[in-house]
Write a protein that binds this ligand. Structure first.
Ligand code: FAD
Ligand code: EPU
Length: 338
């Protein structure tokens, strides 16, 4: 069951070439437990893998990659909601399509996000005004140290913008095996996000008669117009988080750059990192195997399918330049390994 010296290039959407010392594809909880026993015996670090759409391989991985391929999906109508139980290895976008095709709303804003269900809670995936935590009920995860299964409710997960307890206090301690969601029986479209609103106005759609499938189609069209398909141009989506800054810094930047794109976030301001990188002149740049996408400057690309070092250097140069020009620190969104 455990393979050795495996090429990870087909397993990450940046198509970075790197090798893993060991690799296991697990299809059941027993197989997952066995893989953990193997890693423990050999004192190997573990990389739980979904679709590989949010990782940056900076070199070969000296441990065990566990591809979580647990399957199973159930959708149930309840008195006031629809409940979903999904195994970690199910595809996220297919789940969204299954719901909207059955007339069930709630996930449509999260259409076309690559990857597997098990990874969705890790960074609390979000898009077009909705985050996973808005629809999240609970999850089940296996403790890496013991092989025991534990349940986590919403409050246990510390969800925040692109963040959860699994990136913080419980980092590298659990493998998520199942995610349970709850979608409202009475659906209301969430179409405040500027690009979504413009699309709906542009298509003369009435908000009152919108359907979940229409909103999904709008999100898919908007995303397709600016985000590269990883199969065509390798990428990991947004390479940096949108930075959250205090009001003083926001106001001074806004005074200097009246067209700065920013959103109020409680008492702080979330700046569009894509705007900053674009304004700093990086959009469309190519440097050897890597570059900055020409239609979305927040997306770094690896068309030359090179090793991770070039990409990491480019990301560092961009972050330094943004700090020099705007006084803002950019933090990478994907996780770097090893
Ligand atoms: P992977 O890349 O395989 O893993 C990501 C992290 O989660 C790793 O640290 C991994 O170890 C961990 N992990 C994976 N599975 C498990 C598990 N079962 N248990 C424990 N840990 C696990 N993200 C958004 O939030 N919004 C977007 O709009 C968005 N758009 C994107 C567009 C493109 C074109 C791309 C390429 C990426 C985009 N992303 C977006 C990022 C990415 O799709 C999400 O983060 C997604 O949830 C990653 O899923 P994955 O299965 O590919 O995870
Ligand atoms: N912008 C520019 N130039 C660029 C890129 C963006 O001026 O090169 C401007 C846009 O015109 C727009 C603003 O910046 O006014 C925001 O751009 P966009 O709507 O494309 O969203 P984003 O902030 O760049 C975030 C998420 C995406 C998510 C979209 C939609 C983060 C880090 N990224 O991108 O998530 O799909 O909003 O909600 O929060 C991901 O996490 O991988 C990801 C793709």
């Amino acid at each position: 069951m455990i393979e050795t010296d495996i090429d990870l290039q087909p397993h990450n959407t940046l198509a970075i070439s790197a090798r893993s010392a060991h690799f296991a594809r697990v299809r059941s909880l027993d197989e997952l437990r066995e893989a953990l026993v193997f890693a423990r015996a050999k004192k190997l670090p573990i990389l739980p893998l979904g679709g590989g759409s949010n990782i940056v391989l900076t070199g070969d991985f000296p441990g065990l990659v566990i591809q979580v391929d647990l399957r199973g999906l159930s959708l149930q109508a309840e008195a006031n909601s629809h409940s979903i139980e999904a195994a970690a290895g199910e595809n996220w976008h297919q789940l969204v399509m299954t719901t909207v095709n059955n007339g069930i709303g709630g996930l449509e804003n999260l259409s076309l996000i690559p990857g597997k269900i098990g990874a969705a809670p890790i960074q609390n995936i979000g898009a077009y005004g909705v985050e996973l935590c808005d629809r999240f009920m609970s999850l089940q995860a296996m403790e890496i140290a013991t092989g025991e299964l534990h349940d986590f409710g919403k409050d246990d997960c510390d969800f925040a913008y692109r963040d959860s307890v699994f990136k913080g206090r419980l980092r590298d301690q659990y493998i998520i095996t199942q995610v349970n969601l709850q979608l409202p029986q009475e659906w209301l479209p969430r179409v405040d996000y500027p690009a979504l609103q413009q699309y709906i106005v542009g298509h003369n759609w009435e908000i009152d008669s919108l359907t979940p499938i229409q909103v999904a189609q709008a999100v898919i069209d908007i995303r397709s117009s600016k985000l590269p398909l990883p199969d065509e141009i390798p990428n990991a989506g947004s390479f940096f988080k949108n930075p959250v800054v205090d009001t003083d810094l926001y106001q001074s930047l806004k005074a200097e750059h009246p067209d700065l794109v920013a959103y109020a976030a409680g008492e702080h301001w979330k700046l569009a990192a894509g705007w900053l990188i674009d304004r700093a002149g990086w959009r469309g740049l190519r440097r050897r195997a890597v570059g900055v996408h020409e239609r979305q400057a927040l997306v770094l690309i690896n068309p030359g399918r090179g090793a991770g070092g070039e990409l990491v250097q480019l990301a560092q140069d961009i972050a330094e330049d943004i700090h020099t020009k705007f006084g803002v620190y950019l933090e990478p969104e994907p996780r770097f390994y090893p």
